[in-house]
Ligand binder design. Structure first.
Ligand code: GDP
Ligand code: GDP
Length: 438
């Protein structure tokens, strides 16, 4: 299931980071087996009651002068309007309603995205409510009083946010057309691949009133079947600040990946694989998406009979947290193996939704346990009672055990490998949930 994206927008010092951290809490997704992948707090996964969503912080503004602040706020708002399903517009009751708030509110009002207005630093609800009402004047709805620091009012805020989820996603959830996100660093050849698939040069960058947005989904028909390609390349933001560009590109990647069933991580063969590629791949891995690593520009490499193996080896070692990923050597210029790309997408899609019958799964479990004894600690041995697949996309297994603490990561990995030996599940992560049953 793709999770909704929620963006926080607001002036410097209104408390965006504080709110972000309060919402993300311990839920921030740090995957233990993703080495070298640092998670800066640009995005985090949040679970609220029965809602899961991804929250993004549209970013740092250096408060220099008021007109710089305003232009950067506009930039933030545009990023949010580009990427988010719901926007939280955060204001500060202590500073009161200021002019730049009103200007950004005007922008947000014109966008089609739902906006929830939050007024922060309401540490004393009774005393400050009169000041909160002032924010009605922004004309973007009822202000929700919160204290990000005191963790007050967050439930009400999230209720309002979640109320908008239904309509934003249901349209997309219903259709059966596979969605494929093409992600990767700049200049690895993302647009070239899409253009080649389309068989024509399409102008992707559309410059609407100083912003670059829209029209990044492309439907490609292949063998009578439709695929939607979500392109992150077309949107290039003009910013002189490197960190801002990086933040924007990560936000774009997260939002594209979130909507996708299968993610193609494009890597430049000439440049070789880097840690930044791993970081991008890690975003897809964390989200349990189907993954294909496309090594592009394969035409430009001098090859002998060892090149493929050597290159694969390097990719496997840098992407060691996702050994299941499919690797393809392609060229957007010559079109080499692009047809194979579609076969691989189909295969990965199938694996993402593959269901293994519980009986079969437990036969594998019994055999696995017999071959390699589960770990023990202080004389107590892990007992695994039962295993069942409870969800797909990604395939998710619940393992019932006597004591969760005894389940080592390495033993789970072992069980995963046994399952993969029987069913492959190539191109997709598998998720395991360990539950205690006494
Ligand atoms: P950002 O620039 O919008 O990300 O703002 P920060 O999250 O960095 O917060 C700016 C300042 O406001 C910090 O000193 C916070 O401690 C403070 N702050 C944030 N939330 C609250 C709140 O609910 N109540 C009060 N009194 N202060 C807050
Ligand atoms: P993007 O930023 O990831 O969308 O990258 P582009 O599609 O704009 O490509 C960046 C550069 O790499 C362009 O100069 C392309 O012509 C070149 N390029 C892309 N794909 C290939 C390829 O398969 N082989 C070679 N030799 N060059 C390529």
């Amino acid at each position: 299931m793709s999770k909704p994206i929620v963006a926080i927008v607001g002036r410097p010092n209104v408390g965006k980071s504080t709110l972000f951290n309060a919402l993300a809490g311990e839920n921030i997704s740090i995957v233990k087996d993703t080495p070298g992948v640092t998670r800066d707090r640009i995005y985090a996964d949040v679970t609220w009651l029965n809602h899961s969503f991804t929250i993004i912080d549209t970013g740092g503004i250096e408060p220099e002068s008021s007109d710089v602040i305003l232009s950067q706020m506009r930039e933030q708002a545009l990023i949010a309007m580009d990427t988010a399903d719901v926007i939280i517009f955060l204001t500060d009751v202590r500073q009161g309603l200021v002019d730049s708030d009103a200007k950004v509110a005007d922008m947000l009002r014109r966008s089609s995205k739902p906006v929830v207005l939050a007024v922060n630093k309401v540490d004393h609800f009774e005393r400050q409510m009169m000041d909160v009402y002032e924010f009605y004047n922004l004309g973007i709805g009822e202000p929700v009083p919160i204290s990000a620091e005191g963790k007050q009012g967050l439930g009400d805020l999230l209720d309002q946010v979640a109320a908008h989820f239904e309509d934003s996603r249901s349209a997309e959830e219903g259709d059966e057309i596979p969605k494929v996100a093409i992600v990767g660093k700049p200049n690895v050849g993302k647009s070239s691949i899409i253009n080649k698939l389309l068989g024509q040069n399409r102008v992707i960058v559309s410059d609407v009133a100083g912003t670059t947005r829209d029209a990044i989904d492309t439907t490609v028909r292949w063998n009578g079947k439709d695929y939607v390609f979500i392109d992150t390349a077309g949107l290039r933001r003009k910013s002189k600040v490197r960190e801002e560009l990086e933040r924007y590109s990560i936000i774009r990647t997260v939002t594209a990946v979130e909507r996708a069933d299968v993610v193609i991580v494009v890597i430049d063969a000439v440049e070789g694989i880097t840690e930044q590629d791993a970081k991008i791949a890690g975003i897809a891995h964390d989200r349990g998406k189907g993954i294909i690593v496309a090594i592009n520009k394969w035409d430009a490499i001098e090859k002998n009979d060892k090149t493929v193996n050597e290159f694969s080896g390097k990719v496997r070692s840098i992407l060691s947290f996702m050994p299941y990923a499919e690797i393809l050597f392609v060229s957007a210029v010559t079109g080499q193996r692009l047809p194979k790309l579609f076969d691989t997408i189909d295969m990965v899609l199938e694996n993402q939704t593959l269901r293994v019958a519980t009986g079969v799964l437990n036969e594998i479990l019994t055999e696995a346990v017999a071959l390699q004894q589960p770990p023990s600690d202080k004389g107590k041995r892990l007992k695994i009672y039962y295993m069942t697949e409870v969800a797909v996309k990604p395939p998710t297994f619940v393992v019932f055990v006597n004591d969760k603490k005894l389940m080592h990561f390495s033993y789970l990995r072992y069980l995963e490998n046994r399952i993969r030996e029987s069913f492959g599940f190539r191109g997709t992560a598998l998720k395991f949930i360990v539950r205690e049953r006494r």
